[in-house]
Design a protein around this ligand. Structure first.
Ligand code: ANZ
Length: 831
């Protein structure tokens, strides 16, 4: 027979599969149980890369696995094809973003075709198709109706390079833009928001359902991002101002220690108070504000930073004791957290203490905090350390003598009785800013009248199609390029004849990806976003696979939109993704691959040189899928050799005259046991994502089968056929082409991908022989094959009878024998 030739095998099976279309899910009359296995869909910003190869390999292992377990598996694919990467690349090359995007999609599709994940291609979608984004607009309208989409002027994160706003989630921990790398600044603009904060509690509490199913790290990132904080809202009067000012505090117990108030310099309140101050203060404030606006949010929250601020020439009144306290502006208070103002308690809060010491403001201890020795801790003014711990209330009138917890509860009661405060919860989570001043996105379906009023585009007029980019200036400039599409933007109201202008902004692409898993259920349905009956059948997603870089933004938005869909009555579940696998990264020599570093391993050339199967086996075998893979440490050649060895077994069976369908019962018992052990173990291993272990077990099985063929029962033995069939079926998760070719050599019809896994026979799982290790003075001297049921006495006798053991003992005296059946006999001697 000819040798293993991956190119010939690929060429043989691709057209067969394309003809069979075996992965179209939900065929009429199919009443098997369902699984929805989803890979995070790709951005078309070039050809597929090694990261895609890895993620789609793992997703495909799981999709193929569930098919093998008898499920009707939905495993769709689409493209997240709107957005800045495409637009910026298009600007750089002077081409239409549409052309560039769809050319890349075609290239990625061609690569996928050869790589051959088991996708249901009948449901393919591209978010930049009007057939898709029409439903973004529909969702927007539903949200607008419910008051969940709204417009407001506020300080937003501004990327000065891309000239666009960014969601908080797109600003990295160092204060730079995730997209362009520029330092993000604040800018006041009118923008569209989705009211995700209305869902903060549900988004937080429902994470408990995902415990043990999502990576702990991701659950914690979601929790921290939502950042729920319980405490109180306290209202302070400000002299000369009619309305009281609320502050948020987690420590209402410390109210008697509030010796000054601090407002965020970039808050409306600060501007208002400064405006009412002397010209000198006004100037100081203006200068300070400008300085503050240059600081990143991260810097402002850095506790170690030198405190700065200006006195606003106003006084507030402490509601519990009537004390007059000065009001300052300082940038360590953030405008968009809580109420953008705080009561400062320097004795018990380090930031406040640092500020008080610098500007010589009073410090009053209201909680007696003891050290381990039972002594009161040193005075904060002397030590410079705020008393953050628990203790007993002092200097606090009616709260004196209470514990911290009791005082918090009592203080809230007092505030409520007097109408100057109440229990309150604050979140780090902000509303989701969804408008972008860029071209390549979904137009927002809103019309503006000359009087400033707005009206939604009627549902029947959707989609609002993105106009051609011809003649538009796509370069970022802070206003949307769509404003320049005059003909497109101008609409005459058919009822009133009034001239209306289309909203020129486009939606954040995270809107597109927040619901795409619904669209796959009804990808070709022109009448609705998705069919609730299909959702009932398939959703939620059973298994999601993708990168941890989406741990916050994409998952949070998807969870939010799912809850909105639930509340609108379209679905009866509230979490979109039941189980999640986050794959590691593919590195080279320990470093992230990138074009600029010149260490890019090109997926296309790897695929060309080694074929899909060898690549997939290499990725699966490299280690646990959650870990990073260093491409410098793997051997694609090794994988190819393994595949050739497996394939040759099928070739040998074919050459032996063995035919399918015969009983395996008369086959070689030892080989049969190995096969059934593999069949018994593989499902649990796959479900625990131990793909590398499954590949290792397949390698072992190939080896024992080869031994049986060459120096045991021979290729015609039914046990060999049984083993090679099991290998082909399990191998099809990792190496679909090779497995298919083996399956054909074994005399079966395509496709092995739809074969239900054979069940392990419990009778063959009982080991009847074991290997007993014999040690003499800690050294292994012999390995004995004994019945699995061997007794301790027989094991010891067999050990003592071994020639190798007797040689090792020599003429020394045996002083101790430890027997642990059926594993080990350990002999100790004395000279
Ligand atoms: C008085 C107080 C006394 C506070 C004390 C703490 C300790 P978390 O837990 O993060 O929610 N705070 C409130 N709004 C703020 C803002 N916009 N910018 C900066 N700081 C703000 O923190 C809540 C605490 O952070 C609040 O409780 C407030 O300081 C401060 F011994 O009030 B606290």
């Amino acid at each position: 027979a000819e040798g293993y030739d991956f190119r010939a095998i690929q060429d043989r099976w691709l057209p067969v599969w394309e003809d069979l279309r075996p992965f179209e899910a939900g065929k009429a009359g199919d009443d098997r149980p369902k699984k929805y296995v989803l890979d995070m869909f790709p951005y078309p910003s070039g050809d597929l890369h090694m990261g895609h190869a890895e993620a789609f390999c793992f997703g495909d292992i799981l999709a193929r696995y569930w098919r093998g377990r008898g499920y009707d598996v939905l495993h769709p694919i689409g493209w997240d094809s709107f957005g800045l990467p495409a637009e910026n690349a298009a600007i750089k090359r002077g081409v239409d973003p549409r052309e560039w995007t769809y050319a890349n999609i075609e290239q990625q599709k061609a690569s996928f075709r050869v790589y051959a994940p088991s996708f249901d291609w009948s449901r393919v979608l591209h978010t930049s198709d009007p057939e898709y984004y029409k439903w973004n607009q529909w969702i927007f309208l539903k949200m607008y109706e419910k008051g969940l989409a709204y417009r407001k002027a506020s300080w937003v994160n501004w990327d000065p390079v891309d000239q666009t706003v960014l969601a908080n989630e797109q600003v990295l921990a160092d204060g730079t833009s995730e997209r362009s790398g520029a330092v993000v600044v604040k800018k006041k603009l009118t923008q569209w928001y989705f009211r995700i904060t209305d869902y903060a509690d549900r988004l937080l509490d429902d994470l408990d359902q995902l415990e043990g199913k999502w990576p702990t790290k991701v659950l914690n990132m979601q929790r921290n991002w939502i950042g729920r904080s319980r405490g109180a809202e306290v209202e302070f009067e400000i002299e000369g101002r009619e309305q009281r000012v609320p502050v948020f505090t987690t420590r209402p117990d410390t109210l008697h220690g509030a010796t000054f108030m601090v407002v965020a310099p970039d808050s409306d309140l600060a501007a208002e108070l400064a405006a009412g101050a002397s010209p000198e203060v006004r100037m100081q404030f203006q200068a300070y504000l400008e300085q503050a606006q240059k600081q990143s949010e991260i810097d402002r929250q850095n506790a170690d930073r030198e405190k700065t601020g200006v006195f606003l020439d106003h006084f507030a009144v402490n509601p519990v004791n009537g004390e007059r306290i000065p009001v300052w502006a300082a940038d360590y208070v953030l405008a968009d957290y809580g109420h953008g103002a705080i009561m400062a308690v320097p004795a018990h809060d380090q930031r406040d203490l640092d500020f008080a010491l610098k500007f010589e403001l009073p410090v009053r201890v209201v909680l007696d905090v003891r050290g381990e020795d039972g002594e009161s801790l040193p005075d904060p003014v002397e030590s410079g350390v705020a008393l953050a711990g628990d203790g007993t209330l002092v200097n606090s009138a009616e709260l004196d003598g209470l514990s911290k917890a009791d005082a918090i509860a009592r203080a809230v009661e007092i505030l409520e009785e007097r109408g100057t405060g109440r229990a309150a919860t604050t979140y780090r989570l902000r509303d989701w800013l969804i408008s972008r001043q860029r071209y390549w996105g979904t137009p927002i379906p809103i019309l503006h009248a000359e009087d400033g009023s707005m009206q939604p585009v009627p549902e029947s007029a959707l989609p609002v199609v993105l106009p051609s980019s011809e003649g538009l200036d796509l370069k970022p400039k802070g206003t949307s390029p769509l404003g320049g599409a005059t003909e497109w933007a101008t609409v005459v109201d058919p009822e009133t004849g009034a001239t209306l202008t289309r909203d020129p902004d486009t939606m954040d692409t995270f809107v597109d990806s927040s619901w795409y898993y619904f669209r796959f259920l009804s990808a070709n349905d022109g009448t609705q976003a998705f069919d609730p009956a299909e959702a009932k059948k398939w959703a939620p997603v059973d298994q999601y696979v993708g990168g941890v870089e989406h741990a916050i933004l994409h998952l949070l938005y998807s969870r939010f939109i799912t809850k909105v869909m639930h509340d609108l009555g379209y679905i009866d579940f509230e979490e979109p993704f039941l189980d999640m696998l986050n794959q590691g990264m593919v590195l080279l020599d320990g470093a992230k691959m990138s074009k600029s570093k010149g260490n890019l391993v090109e997926f296309a050339s790897e695929l060309r040189d080694h074929g899909a199967d060898a690549l997939r086996v290499t990725l699966a075998f490299a280690g646990p899928p959650e870990d990073d893979i260093d491409w410098a440490d793997v051997s694609v050649q090794g994988s190819a050799k393994f595949l050739a060895r497996a394939w040759r077994l099928a070739d040998d069976v074919q050459g032996s005259g063995s035919a399918p369908g015969a009983s395996f019962a008369s086959g070689d018992a030892a080989l049969r046991r190995a096969t059934h052990r593999l069949l018994a173990d593989a499902p649990g291993l796959v479900e625990q994502y131990k793909f590398n272990v499954v590949v290792a077990r397949l390698m072992e099985q190939v080896n024992v089968t080869r031994k049986a063929v060459d120096s045991g029962c021979g290729a015609a033995d039914p046990a060999v056929r049984e083993s090679v069939e099991a290998i082909a079926v399990i191998l099809s998760l990792f190496a679909p082409y090779t497995a298919e070719d083996m399956w054909a050599k074994l005399g079966h019809e395509p496709t092995v991908a739809l074969v239900t896994w054979p069940e392990a026979d419990p009778a063959l799982l009982v080991e009847d022989e074991i290997t007993l290790v014999v040690q003499v003075d800690g050294k292994v001297r012999d390995r004995l094959t004994l019945p699995a049921s061997v007794s301790a006495e027989d094991a010891e006798a067999a050990a003592r009878a071994s020639a190798a053991v007797q040689r090792a003992v020599g003429d020394r005296a045996v002083v101790n024998v430890v027997v642990r059946v059926p594993k080990i006999v350990s002999i100790a001697t004395k000279p």
